[in-house]
Write a protein that binds this ligand. Structure first.
Ligand code: GDP
Ligand code: MG
Length: 162
């Protein structure tokens, strides 16, 4: 069976944009405003002749438990069903409490993780990506889901852990 890769991270970091970049087509719904309800969606993807299933996440609904709890809960579900995780953070914002909540879930899962430091649209932002070493998840891979910068290298690293 094809390995399953869950794409997780807090709202608005660019998960769906990255999924579209990897698919080479626009299927995942990109939202300018976080908090829009949508279910998890699976897509058949391929890189360097290897096939895998990408699971975009983001069907959160903010409720009494709050956004951070919702994000962690949904990430936990997606991660539990996955063989590997593509964890997306926003290098231009830096680490947030919501990112840390997902990191705790990732640690517990012991699943292989590839860290994507997104929105590195130009070389001068690579230092922002390097700051993401502080998450303790290994090397942050700078990428611009919007422009495609670094996506090939990111996928090479993803295949390495599959
Ligand atoms: P998600 O909530 O994590 O799925 O994030 P989306 O993919 O819906 O993207 C949220 C916003 O970030 C949208 O306005 C995207 O156009 C923008 N975005 C995504 N990737 C990049 C990127 O690499 N660079 C920049 N500058 N913006 C991005
Ligand atoms: Mg999304």
């Amino acid at each position: 069976a094809r390995p399953v890769v869950a794409v997780v991270g807090r709202p608005n970091v660019g998960k769906s944009t990255l999924v579209n970049r990897i698919l080479g087509r626009r299927e995942a719904v990109v939202q300018d405003i976080p908090g829009v309800t949508r279910d998890r969606v699976s897509y058949d993807a391929e890189w360097a002749g290897r096939e895998f299933v990408l699971v975009d996440t983001g069907g959160w609904v903010s409720d009494a438990r709050g956004m951070t709890a919702m994000i962690a809960e949904q990430a936990e579900m997606a991660i539990s069903l996955a063989d590997a995780v593509l964890f997306v953070v926003d290098a231009t914002v830096g680490t947030t409490d919501e990112d840390e909540a997902v990191v705790r879930v990732l640690r517990r899962s012991r699943k292989p993780v590839v860290l994507a430091a997104n929105k590195v649209d130009a070389p001068q932002f690579e230092a922002d990506a390097a700051a993401m070493w502080n998450l303790g998840l290994g090397e942050p891979h700078p990428v611009s889901a919007l422009h495609g910068r670094g996506s090939g290298e990111l996928l090479d690293h993803l295949l390495d852990v599959l």
